[in-house]
Design a protein around this ligand. Structure first.
Ligand SMILES: [Fe+2]
Ligand SMILES: [Fe+2]
Length: 283
């Protein structure tokens, strides 16, 4: 069940944008994703809102909670992104370019395309969450990790797993697509476009931040990034292909149990953020 949580993060002025100093490349890549959120998630939110009158019963409640979760995500990334742009002013250009592109998509495409775009993007978000859960010790558990930034990203990833089915269900219900049908060409096009845009902006943003950290030509940085990209590609491409098959439903994906436990702790610890270290290695 999708739970609407209200969370507020704040960062002391001395917070560094490289919040995983033991793996600075990971911070650069994750921050590039963060910079995209205020462009892409409002698009999902507005598309889901447009579909609300077409939904009924439990799905309508789930869709409303989904809208609340995604709205919370991008508004909290806006706060974190200020810190990123302060340190790497060139990121402001990428940010405004991404906002223009997603706004153009929203204005020029049908509701069906936009809902397909959101559903495909949610499979990508779920895949990222699985990938990060499998590598949480390497990525987050070093004592030098900034707990508040880690909590922001883990909270977001955990809720992506929690609402992994909602955009898919909204799309199917709004376009009245039979469950047993193969994905439509429009769905495949929306998926390909979503993937291409994310790859472009994450690559460009990571390069800008690596340059800012004087690590753009550092062989170790590229070896680490290459290893992560290869492992993530296996996870992502498998899930994307599965999501195109007849009868697919995101509930068929197995959730990492880590996020369930983490969200339970998160709900219990409400108001006492950050709380990452308390459950870092508990599952
Ligand atoms: Fe999100
Ligand atoms: Fe999402």
């Amino acid at each position: 069940m999708t739970t609407a949580r209200r969370v507020r993060f704040s960062y002391p002025p001395e917070t560094e944008p490289v919040w995983t100093p033991h793996r600075p490349e990971f911070s650069c890549a994750a921050n590039s994703v963060s910079m995209l959120m205020p462009a892409i998630e409002p698009y999902f939110v507005r598309s889901a809102r447009r579909a609300l009158p077409l939904l009924t019963g439990e799905l309508q409640h789930e869709a409303e909670a989904y809208v609340t979760q995604e709205s919370q995500h991008f508004s909290q990334h806006v706060v974190f992104n200020r810190l990123i742009v302060e340190h790497y002013p060139a990121m402001a250009r990428l940010e405004s370019a991404s906002k223009r592109i997603y706004r153009y998509l929203e204005a020029s495409r049908s509701l069906e395309f936009s809902l397909a775009f959101a559903a495909a993007s949610e499979t990508m978000a779920y895949s990222a969450a699985r990938w990060a859960a499998q590598r949480r010790s390497e990525l987050f558990s070093d004592p030098s990790t900034d707990d508040t930034a880690a909590t922001l990203f883990l909270w977001h990833l955990a809720e992506e797993v929690e609402h992994k089915s909602v955009a898919h269900d909204i799309y199917r219900a709004a376009v009245q697509r039979p469950k047993r049908a193969l994905a439509s060409p429009r769905f495949v096009a929306a998926m390909a476009l979503s993937l291409a845009l994310v790859v472009f902006f994450v690559f460009a943003g990571t390069a800008v931040m690596l340059w800012g950290e004087r690590r753009l030509f550092h062989p170790v940085s590229w070896m680490r990034l290459l290893r992560w990209v290869i492992l993530f590609s296996f996870e992502l491409l498998t899930n994307l292909v599965l999501s195109l098959l007849p009868g697919f439903h995101p509930e068929d994906f197995v959730d990492p149990i880590f996020y369930d436990v983490w969200l339970d702790e998160f709900d219990t610890a409400a108001g006492t953020l950050p709380m990452w270290n308390s459950v870092a290695d508990s599952t």
